[in-house]
Design a protein around this ligand. Structure first.
Ligand code: TEU
Length: 566
């Protein structure tokens, strides 16, 4: 059997097996055996853009510390900070040159310790971002690796001969454009990089790499980190025989041929490593969140691991990718994740995607839609991970000219690909210049909408997106049906209104969301769910929502979260 077919048989066997085991639970915090992260609300912070304590136009850790009160008040229990380690910042921190330090731009290790302490005071845990697939090309490991074919770290990266003069070892394409191989004249070999050339892939088949990386994780746990978000886990391993990838029709935004990443992603060895990472995490009671791009629920299921021994929180990006206000699609997607054997993790935004305010907005009801989407994913069974600024309806501020683009893929892919600057702009705190982020020009400009969409203004408006988020998060933290209850889709033939019941031990909450621009009047018969004759009582509702018996009138994009009183 060839190496490749052996690997694919192992992959198949694993995917068949892994779904059949229940998730192991440790350290329960409630009667349902839930752990802290199951009852928590997570919040992603892009540190360059959240809060700028030294007023130099770039955010920092002391800035984050200064906003712990805001986060607590909002209802956040844990923050995931995207990479803030020393880095040449080619990929804004995802190119790490020292895994056990803080980039001076963001502060020092002492500032980090203060942030952990401030977090503790406010009951906000700190999650760091861990980038296992690649380092920066300026990391001492890589500098040594490239220095000679016999260097101590040579085999820490993936070096190969070209196929011939000027020809890379195979046809693999970097996600960020061009060949995934870069020739290095010092040793006349190519090194492999799935992302930018400044992000050489580590060779996870070398046990020394594994030891170093696991050691780093443990080092941060000891420093008070409550877990990691693991970057791009599906890219850790590649086919050692370097078979070409199948070429698909058409070209991508970078002008490269489309390709199926068959031989350089999703290897079964990824799961072996995740199990090892989990073991280290368990020693500290830490949680592992995964950047898990999957196309099926079965694939997502695998990331929980047999016996629940891999990621506790693989993110369900299939939910985020629904991308249209379609109750039918959402029902299908939620049913899929409910069929997996782990705890669902929902996100609608991150630092790599256009903001949800733009993606779901119809140009007329954007604020209502932002509230609707918040009320939606924050009341599902599972843990939500918010993205900074989502709670105030921050919109994308894409660069208008190529020369303004900071994200390299936006420069190489212009104008088809404008890069990810638009979703990474400074947090909008108030109506002062630069939305109160800094008095000097921030590293990215805020959109004009900051004048209305900012924390200070929205705090004063009871009907703001911010106050809707706060209300929903307060309810979510105190309502047993929302914390522990099951999810049941209601009125499944309705193509305009998304409705569901969260019920727990005879208590229930009904959520109904009008995903259309027309007024709707859904009616509910909850007899089948064991709540026949129950009365509804509105807990949170949009201004035009009206409850009459078992019927709810909803204005366009209106919503109601109601208690079901037996
Ligand atoms: O992203 C990995 C990834 O595959 C995508 O999210 C990708 O960045 C996006 O589709 C491009 O438009 C992670 C990080 O989230 C991302 O910010 C980093 O650039 C990348 O890894 C490399 O570390």
């Amino acid at each position: 059997m060839s190496m490749r077919s052996w690997l694919s048989s192992v992959a198949l066997l694993f995917s068949l097996l892994c779904g059949f085991f229940a998730q192991a639970q440790t350290q329960p915090v409630d009667a349902e055996g839930h752990q802290w992260w199951q009852n928590a609300v997570f919040y992603e912070i892009y540190p360059r853009s959240f809060a700028d304590s030294d007023n130099n136009g770039v955010g920092d850790l002391n800035g984050i510390s200064s906003k712990m009160g805001y986060l607590r008040d909002l209802g956040v229990d844990a923050i995931w900070i995207t990479p803030c380690y020393p880095s040449p910042q080619v990929d804004f921190g995802y190119d790490i040159s020292d895994y056990e330090n803080i980039d001076l731009m963001y502060g020092t290790l002492a500032d980090f310790d203060h942030m952990v302490a401030d977090g503790k005071k406010h009951d906000v845990r700190i999650i760091m971002d861990f980038v296992p697939n690649h380092t920066s090309d300026k990391h001492p490991w890589f500098l040594d690796s490239k220095s000679s074919r016999t260097s101590a770290h040579r085999d820490w990266y993936i070096w190969r001969d070209g196929k011939g003069p000027g020809q890379p070892p195979n046809n693999w394409i970097s996600l960020f454009g061009g060949s995934a191989w870069k020739f290095d004249p010092t040793t006349n070999q190519y090194y492999y990089h799935f992302f930018y050339a400044q992000q050489p892939d580590l060779n996870w088949r070398n046990p020394a790499v594994e030891t170093a990386m696991l050691g780093t994780m443990s080092w941060w746990y000891q420093r008070g980190v409550a877990g990691f978000r693991l970057d791009a886990v599906d890219t850790l391993f590649e086919d050692p025989a370097l078979h070409d990838n199948p070429v698909l029709p058409g070209k991508n935004a970078q002008g490269d041929p489309n390709m199926e990443n068959k031989n350089n992603t999703n290897f079964p060895e990824v799961h072996t490593e995740l199990q090892k990472m989990r073991k280290v995490a368990d020693e500290s009671g830490a949680v592992l969140i995964g950047e898990t791009w999957t196309s099926t629920a079965a694939e997502l299921d695998c990331y929980y691991g047999r016996n629940g021994n891999e990621l506790q929180m693989p993110m369900d990006f299939m939910f985020m990718m629904v991308d249209k206000l379609s109750p039918r699609e959402y029902r299908r997607q939620i049913a899929a994740v409910e069929s997996a054997h782990g705890w669902p993790v929902f996100v609608i935004n991150n630092h790599d995607r256009e903001r949800s305010y733009n993606r779901y907005g119809d140009g007329k009801h954007n604020d209502e839609i932002a509230k609707l989407m918040g009320a939606f994913y924050l009341t599902l069974r599972g843990t939500p991970i918010m993205y900074y600024g989502e709670e105030i309806g921050m919109r994308n501020n894409d660069p208008k000219r190529r020369e303004d683009v900071k994200d390299p893929i936006g420069r190489t892919g212009w104008p088809k690909e404008k890069g990810r600057d638009g979703e990474r702009t400074p947090m909008q705190w108030n109506t002062e210049p630069n939305a109160g982020f800094s008095t000097v020009k921030p590293w990215l400009p805020v959109p004009p909408s900051y004048r209305t969409h900012n924390v200070e203004t929205e705090s004063k408006d009871p009907n703001s997106i911010l106050n809707l988020y706060k209300k929903v998060l307060t309810l979510r933290h105190s309502n047993e049906a929302l914390l522990d209850g099951s999810y049941t889709a209601l009125n499944e033939n309705d193509t305009h209104v998304m409705s569901y019941l969260r019920s727990y031990k005879g208590k229930a909450v009904l959520v109904t969301l009008n995903m259309s621009a027309t007024p709707e009047k859904p009616a509910f018969d909850l007899a089948k769910q064991g709540f026949g004759g129950a009365k509804l009582k509105a807990l949170i509702a949009s201004p035009g929502a009206l409850l009459q018996g078992n019927r709810i009138t909803l204005e366009p994009f209106g919503l109601m979260i109601a208690e079901v009183k037996p």
